[in-house]
Design a protein around this ligand. Structure first.
Ligand code: PMP
Length: 362
């Protein structure tokens, strides 16, 4: 193992080392209880405080209005895809989906099990053109409008909220939550899995506007029913207690280092380092995403010469301790994920290697 490992993984991903050290210190004995959080009843007052602290930190950091509930559900991001359809599609039996890449496409397929899904734009070439938001084929009868704010696999981030006013907007922010200020009041539901920017895998968070709670499909499983989850404060059955505890720690850390504003700035600086280098490489490094939709979080690129050259790059990166840079198996190439725990220095290190590589192989 190289001395210093830099983890550019797309999720599960790097977490702040300060937080992990704290977790390590508390692993066997949390707050002088003599046991760790993993071993503690989810009905204990100690856990209850951890649970509510985490919920309140989400509310505070994301500036969540009072008429929204924070729900923790099992099943990760895809669990949340199903939960959204099961709880919202019943009203009309239909929903509109904006497909911009792999994850919104999967969400549409997962929703189709429970109702009619209308795709509001034709497929984007490679999923990477800018969608024309002024020409959406909205249905007359949708219960909600769904989109993904950042397509983790393609490295495609929609810079604006689609101009939808007649139905609630549901947004998957799994990979860009906590990386920029959002106006929760524009949404009916904001959903995200936590294993990218906030904690270990194991829970999905749904921020749900209260009036959307209570119209589930009759066959919705109890543990995904917004109404039941909300009334039980996400404690219907055993939640992933340890995951929620680590999420709380990361949220506290984000607050300490400057909150969303600081994260947003960092995110821009880090992604610009890589995009500037890509654009200055005379076509040696290639980013295929439309310039207005380049992700500030997942920077994807190909290298001139194709797979053989890319494999060489990945091998050298690995040797230098820069790991999990391989693009998703469905799209290949390289993907550097720059979640909040990744530092500017770490990105500069990757940029250094890219420059050296370009010098040698272009
Ligand atoms: N949405 C997005 C944007 C994602 O990146 C992912 C996971 N990579 C998911 C949803 C699915 O999350 P999970 O694996 O927890 O189901």
């Amino acid at each position: 193992v190289p001395e210093e490992v830099v983890n550019f993984g797309a999720g599960p991903a790097k977490l702040p080392p300060e937080v992990l050290l704290e977790v390590q210190q508390e692993l066997l004995n949390y707050g002088d209880t003599g046991i760790g959080v993993m071993e503690m009843s989810h009905r204990s007052s100690t856990y209850d405080k951890i649970h509510n602290d985490t919920i309140n930190l989400f509310k505070e950091i994301l500036d969540v209005p009072d008429n929204y509930k924070i729900l923790f559900v099992h099943g990760g991001g895809r669990g949340a895809f199903a939960a959204v359809a099961l709880n919202l599609i019943q009203k009309t039996g239909e929903a509109d989906y904006l497909i911009t890449g792999t994850w919104s496409n999967i969400a549409a397929q997962d929703a189709e099990i429970f109702g009619k899904v209308n795709r509001v734009i034709p497929p984007l070439a490679k999923g990477q053109n800018a969608p024309d938001l002024s020409d959406l084929k909205l249905s007359e009868n949708a219960s909600y409008f769904y989109y993904c704010a950042n397509e983790t696999i393609e490295g495609f981030e929609l810079p604006v909220v689609p101009p939808i006013t007649n139905v609630p907007i549901v947004c998957d922010m799994s990979s860009n939550i906590l990386t920029k200020k959002i106006d929760v009041s524009k949404y009916g539901v904001v959903l995200f899995c936590v294993q990218k920017n906030i904690g270990p895998a194991g829970v999905a968070v749904l921020i749900v506007r209260e009036d959307l709670i209570g119209s589930k499909k009759p066959n919705c499983p109890v543990f995904l029913d917004f109404s039941v989850v909300s009334k039980s404060n996400s404690l219907l059955n055993t939640p992933p207690t340890f995951v929620i505890y680590v999420c709380g720690k990361v949220l506290k850390h984000v607050k300490k280092v400057g909150g969303i504003q600081a994260m947003e700035k960092l995110c821009r600086i880090k992604s610009e380092i890589l995009y500037n280098l890509i654009d200055d490489s005379d076509g040696f490094f290639i980013n295929e995403v439309h310039p207005t939709c380049r992700s500030r979080i997942n920077v994807t690129f190909r290298i001139k010469g194709g797979k053989e050259v890319e494999d060489k790059f990945l091998e050298l990166a690995q040797k230098a301790g820069m790991i999990q840079l391989k693009g998703h198996r469905s799209v290949s190439g390289i993907r550097a994920s720059l979640y909040n725990a990744i530092t500017v220095e770490e990105v500069a290190k990757l940029a250094g290697l890219m420059r050296l590589f370009e010098g040698e192989y272009s």
